[in-house]
Ligand binder design. Structure first.
Ligand code: PAF
Length: 297
């Protein structure tokens, strides 16, 4: 049994793709309604089907847990499980940004904790609908020592989904690559309330993108993830902004639907890392504060 905590678009994509009898959602603390979740799934090839997912009961003993909550909720999610989950059950973290994964790994160093990053695209146009908008790749790698032995077993189990999954020993390196893209696209789309491609011609973006890339490159060099060249970072951000020009970024979508954004784990992570190393990150700080104001307002 694979347990999934977080029944948003990503959690539902895994639930819909893995064999139905092998998957269950983990109820949130205090959740009383445990009637199976039903939703309509539009697959990437256009086919549609109805999906039913049951909820994990106290008698179930999952072999693997996927945490697909927002970054800000993952420590609490693992806390909720840690009391009754055997210490040997692998936990795979699917959060965006950085900071939340290290927090879980540091808190439970003796558990097999892994992190994943994915380019699968899924969205929920309505609460009972899931659209697999684009196929992609998922990389999974160990964060704690005990997870090193579990990596290939976890990948074998998740491969039953038919999604494309790869082992990545340096998963933090891959999360950094994604962080750069999200840091350079998401806050601008949220502040400008525009599609990804439209940031490229906007004054706010043009005034700050080089500063943002210099701050990130400087930090990457300092922590041993360099050499990073600010111009290369800008090029990779712009390649993704062009490639996803018509997309609504996850951060803009959160702001539009009144949800908490993941800014604290994207540009906010860069600011905190800079603070801890005594390196100023004024552009990332300005973007973090402005997005925070946007979502609190
Ligand atoms: O966060 C997102 O929406 C995506 O990761 C990205 C890269 C901005 C593309 O839409």
């Amino acid at each position: 049994m694979i347990a999934i905590l977080g029944a948003g678009a990503m959690g539902r994509l895994w639930a819909a793709s893995l064999p139905a009898h092998e998957t269950a959602f983990v109820p949130r603390p205090g959740q009383t309604n445990t009637a199976p979740a039903h939703f309509h799934f539009q697959e990437a090839d256009g086919h549609s089907r109805q999906v039913t997912v049951s909820w994990l009961s106290a008698a179930d003993s999952p072999a693997l847990v996927l945490i697909t909550t927002k970054a800000g909720d993952s420590t609490e999610a693992v806390e909720h499980l840690a009391d009754w989950l055997p210490a040997t059950t692998p936990i795979v973290l699917f959060q965006n940004g950085l900071g939340s994964q290290q927090a879980v790994a540091e808190r439970w160093p003796d558990r097999p904790v892994l992190a994943a990053t994915t380019t699968e695209g899924a969205n929920r146009p309505a609460p009972d609908q899931l659209v697999h908008a684009g196929t992609g790749d998922t990389w999974i790698g160990p964060l704690t020592k005990p997870a090193e032995q579990n990596l290939y077993g976890v990948i074998a189990r998740l491969s039953a989904s038919g999604l494309s999954i790869h082992a990545e020993q340096d998963i933090l390196g891959r999360l950094w690559q994604k962080l750069i893209i999200n840091a350079g696209i998401n806050p601008f789309t949220a502040l400008l309330n525009c599609r990804n491609g439209d940031i490229l011609s906007a004054d706010l973006y043009r005034a700050h993108i080089d500063g943002l890339c210099q701050e990130i490159a400087g930090l990457m060099d300092t922590i041993g993830r360099g050499p990073a060249d600010a111009k290369d970072l800008r090029q990779s951000i712009e390649a993704v902004a062009r490639g996803t020009a018509q997309n609504i970024s996850s951060m803009r979508s959160d702001v539009l639907s009144g949800k908490r954004t993941e800014i604290d784990y994207i540009n906010g992570y860069i600011v905190r890392l800079g603070q801890s190393l005594n390196i100023a990150t004024p552009v990332n700080r300005m973007l973090t504060e402005q997005v925070q104001q946007l979502s609190s307002g």
